[in-house]
Design a protein around this ligand. Structure first.
Ligand SMILES: *Cc1c(COP(=O)(O)O)cnc(C)c1O
Length: 369
């Protein structure tokens, strides 16, 4: 083994940096969870000490995200990618339709899986434009017979994000919020399903947060009663057992609880949003300062969470990635669908990391101009 590295400034897209205090809290729980005598990854999910963790995590999520009392919170496995199929399976009945706003690779995948279930269609698709934007409300028409509208609030690969809640024209909204949940304002009550893999803004991989309205749960119940849902893909089953139908990701749920505690102790959702706006503001100011950089997203669709750009002279990109890594700035390589550079500034990324990145970028642009 080589010499261990100090913790770097981590801009990776996920699994992503968590607050150091959270990582240390997790470390402390590994040999002994909350004084129970059982280690965090050695305790039964049916034990009282562990039930406290699940209850605490659900309560904190309800408070931080203002989840209405009659909504259900689930901790599932299989990632957001399983939800692409599971949402459609639970919400649609045979022959029914659902509409999708396609703004990136993840919404394309969500659409592909929903097509296996019903009449799923893209009513807006930014592929021709290189996925640089998100639609305005007047850009699309939800089909009259569509059961719901699915959208992806933040496009992790492309670096775009909806500035406001998209109009669903009276239909229920289904949202993939994997890469901006608890990082930007979110009106939970305006949605019927929200799902998010935890590994970007909330914790480790292997646990997926799902929030269901009473309407969504009733739809699932009808499909469940009709025998159409495999047990593990049945929201009704998981909801009736408080997410403990089978063994959940006990470790991941504990980390979620720690992250939401950290959010609560640091100004709640409003605190997260303010920090994320400040961080993104610093980086966009540098991208706009110099023609050396070419931001990918259109200005009105810029993401606060994943910021994507190219160098005007693309031959500078490989040098940038090598030199930034050597300077202790990690995880900056852009996704292959966009290329170039991407900085992910999720909740766990401290402003000091963004300051260090911007300083490095100024110096790099000066040296190579
Ligand atoms: C990362 C990501 C996914 C995929 O999540 P998995 O948990 O790996 O399945 C889906 N949607 C969005 C928006 C993402 O950022």
């Amino acid at each position: 083994m080589g010499v261990p590295h100090a913790r770097i400034h981590n801009f990776g897209a996920g699994p992503a940096v968590l607050p150091l205090s959270v990582v240390e809290e997790v470390q402390a729980a590994l040999p002994n969870l909350n004084g129970s005598g059982f280690g965090l990854i050695e305790i039964s999910h049916r034990s009282g000490a562990y039930q406290e963790v699940v209850d605490s995590a659900m309560d904190r999520i309800r408070r931080v995200l203002s989840v209405p009392e009659d909504y259900t919170i689930l901790f599932l496995q299989g990632g957001a990618s399983t939800q692409f199929y599971m949402t459609a399976l639970n919400l649609l009945k045979p022959g029914e339709a659902a509409d999708f706003l396609v703004t990136g690779g993840w919404s394309q995948k969500a659409l592909k899986e929903a097509k296996r279930i019903g009449d799923a269609e893209a009513i807006w698709d930014d592929s021709q434009n290189g996925m640089r934007s998100v639609p305005s409300d007047s850009d699309y028409a939800v089909r009259a017979d569509s059961v719901y509208l699915h959208y992806t609030s933040n496009n992790t690969l492309m670096g775009t994000q909806y500035p406001d809640l998209p109009d669903s024209q009276g239909k229920p909204r289904v949202l993939d919020a994997s890469s901006d949940i608890a990082g930007v304002p979110l009106d939970v009550a305006a949605h019927d399903v929200i799902y998010a893999g935890a590994q970007k803004n909330l914790g480790p991989s292997g646990v997926t947060l799902v929030i269901l309205s009473p309407w969504a749960l009733a739809r699932s119940q009808e499909n469940s009663d009709a025998g159409r849902l495999p047990t593990m893909l049945d929201y009704t089953v998981h909801a009736s057992k408080g997410s403990l139908f089978n063994t959940p990701n006990t470790f991941g749920i504990f980390v979620l609880d720690c992250v939401f505690k950290w959010i609560e102790e640091n100004g709640g959702l409003a605190g997260s949003v303010a920090r994320n706006r400040a961080k993104a503001g610093l980086l966009y100011a540098e991208l706009d300062r110099s023609d050396f950089w070419v931001p990918h997203a259109e200005v009105g669709a810029r993401s606060l969470m994943n910021i994507t750009w190219r160098c005007a002279d693309e031959s500078h990109e490989a040098i940038f990635l090598a030199e930034s890594a050597a300077a202790g700035l990690g995880g900056l390589k852009g996704h292959r669908s966009v290329g170039g550079i991407r900085a992910s500034l999720y909740n766990g990324c401290p402003i000091e990391s963004v300051e260090a990145l911007v300083e490095f970028m100024r110096d790099f642009a000066d040296r190579h101009s």
